[in-house]
Design a protein around this ligand. Structure first.
Ligand code: NDP
Length: 245
């Protein structure tokens, strides 16, 4: 188990990609805290899954739109588990639609959850991280290639994570801490079900022609978090079925 003795915090770990990442990290030996905002039952189910693997687990209600709650989640994880080695900024929302219908509230909410929370969590987590720490941001294939209308705000917010990861790579590199962004393509979750009205259009743009699973993304996060990720920093890795090919 490559992550034995490590402590991870995964934002938005109650469902979908975040839940898969949290359990995959635990399977490799990490103790894991997750945040959620509303799905308390699902968050508790993820905690139970992690504990069944023999690891310590914690579900923290922390709205990523609220910087005080974001910082508190980092501090509570470090306090309860005595360390913090792996931060996964995964919590996200998909506010999409015609350009003229996007409100200022949509802009503020999206940027606060995707961008500000990721920055603030990384800043807070870095104070606790030991050498060999990891910051892993969950971006989107739309950060590199949009190829469609009504996704401007979402794409803008996810592309900011590229700059965040590159900057952090230099800020934290001297301490042996890496920072990267993983760009999922269409992944079958509540956010983007493989049977939605928009699914066929997405499949048509993929080299592999089908949606990925949350476990596909988690596998790459586990690799980055483990020894195989020690020389990978400041870069973007697509897990997107060829969306950007
Ligand atoms: P889901 O909607 O299935 O799950 C979202 C998770 O984020 C839930 O755990 C949810 O918590 C949490 N969350 C949402 N808003 C907040 C908030 N304000 N504060 C804290 N937690 C919050 O999404 P996915 O698993 O599909 O997406 C995970 C990440 O992957 C997102 O960043 C998304 O943008 C990105 N992504 C997804 C793709 C896809 O095709 N699915 C493609 C590319 C990127 P709760 O359960 O409490 O609501």
């Amino acid at each position: 188990m490559d992550l034995a003795g490590k402590v991870a915090l995964v934002s938005g770990g109650s469902r979908g990609i975040g839940a898969a990442i949290a359990t995959a990290l635990a399977r490799e030996g990490a103790d894991v805290a997750i945040t959620y905002v509303s799905a308390v039952d699902k968050a508790q189910a993820v905690v139970a899954q992690i504990q069944a693997l023999g690891r310590r687990a914690l579900a923290l209600r922390a709205d990523s739109a609220d910087v005080v709650e974001v910082r508190a989640a980092v501090e509570q994880t470090a306090a309860e588990f005595g360390a913090l080695d792996i931060l996964v900024n995964n919590a996200g929302i998909a506010l999409m639609g015609p350009l003229q219908e996007v409100t200022l509230e949509d802009v503020d909410r999206t940027l606060s959850i995707h961008v500000r929370a990721s920055f603030v969590a990384a800043q807070a987590a870095a104070r606790h991280m030991r050498a060999d720490g990891r910051v892993i941001n969950i971006g989107s294939c739309l950060a590199e290639r949009v190829a469609g209308a009504e996704m401007t705000l979402y794409a803008m917010s996810k592309s900011a994570l590229i700059g965040l990861s590159k900057g952090l790579a230099f800020d934290l590199g001297p301490r042996g801490i890496t920072a990267n962004v993983v760009h999922p393509g269409p992944i079958d979750t509540d956010m983007n079900p493989a049977d939605s009205a928009q699914a066929d259009e997405q499949r048509a743009k993929l080299a592999l022609g089908h949606f990925g699973t949350a476990a596909d993304v988690a596998a790459t996060v586990v690799h980055l978090a483990g020894p195989g990720g020690r020389f990978i920093t400041g870069t973007s890795i697509a897990v997107d079925g060829g969306s950007s090919a």
